[in-house]
Design a protein around this ligand. Structure first.
Ligand SMILES: O=C1O[C@H](COP(=O)(O)O)[C@@H](O)[C@H](O)[C@H]1O
Length: 259
């Protein structure tokens, strides 16, 4: 696993703009190799702000959208089109305005399309991921090029909450989450093993309400107490923060040249 690297931007708006530029470049470079590129999206404020920033960037046209494979790290178990679904929010922020191929966009099943409960929806998403995995991929998921995660104020990532059963999962790639402390209580989430199969994991956090969580996760907490601490990419783990969210991180992690 990779050692976390921290990048700090002035504020939430610049964070979204800078990460949008970074992600567009990363996708364009990966697509230039001819390989299938897989990106895992996140919900939440920073995830949606990033998608809006991509939508507003002229460089978005450099992405070969029909060839891009998109997944979600977690989802709220709600009917298709519900405004609180991460998929619905991603469509509004970006996906409805770029020429993605619906066959390559992989939303987590919704409660009305997969009405047999969140456990069945999680199993179905795990199967979909396994079908997309190539012979060289590990752990029953495609080798995600970039897996994005928002960091919650309690250190949750995807829908893996501190001390919840989901964060203890070591085998399955996707689990149902019941009784989540953040509404809605019923969710579907990729697990830490699936997250750690990604080549690059990028964690996003902005705002003073995230400062304690970021400091805890980067300060040596265990993943049960702070799930964000367990989110690491095979090649790269990037913590992309604004100044307010970075305010309490250990001094030695603060990048020296941050503006
Ligand atoms: O509920 C969720 O929360 C996290 C963090 O969201 P934020 O608004 O605090 O940034 C998000 O990453 C996750 O996808 C979402 O389902």
């Amino acid at each position: 696993m990779s050692v976390p690297q921290v990048v700090v931007h002035r504020d939430a708006e610049l964070l979204a703009t800078a990460v949008a530029a970074r992600l567009i470049t990363r996708i364009v470079d990966a697509q230039a190799t001819g390989a299938a590129v897989h990106v895992v999206l996140t919900g939440g404020r920073n995830g949606n702000a990033l998608l809006e920033a991509i939508a507003g960037s002229p460089a978005r046209d450099a992405v070969d959208w029909p060839r891009l494979n998109l997944w979600w790290g977690d989802e709220r178990y709600l009917p298709d089109g519900h405004p609180d679904r991460n998929h619905t929010q991603a469509r509004a922020a970006l996906l409805d305005s770029v020429p993605v191929d619906p066959a390559r966009v992989h939303p987590v099943p919704a409660s009305d399309t997969q009405g047999n409960g969140p456990e069945a929806a999680a199993a179905s998403y795990a199967e979909e991921l396994a079908r997309a995995a190539g012979p060289g991929d590990r752990g029953g998921v495609p080798s995600f090029d970039v897996l994005l995660l928002g960091v919650g104020p309690d250190t949750h990532v995807a829908s893996l909450f501190p001390e919840h059963p989901g964060v203890r999962e070591t085998e399955r790639t996707v689990v149902a989450v019941r009784g989540a402390p953040k509404p809605p209580p019923t969710r579907i989430s990729m697990t830490l093993p699936a997250i750690r199969a990604a080549r690059e994991v990028w964690l996003l956090a902005a705002g003073a309400e995230k400062a304690e969580a970021v400091a805890l996760a980067l300060g040596g907490a265990g993943e049960l107490q702070a799930p964000a601490a367990g989110a690491q990419g095979r090649r790269r783990t990037l913590w992309l923060l604004d100044r307010a969210a970075a305010a309490a991180i250990p001094q030695q992690l603060y990048p020296p040249a941050s503006p």
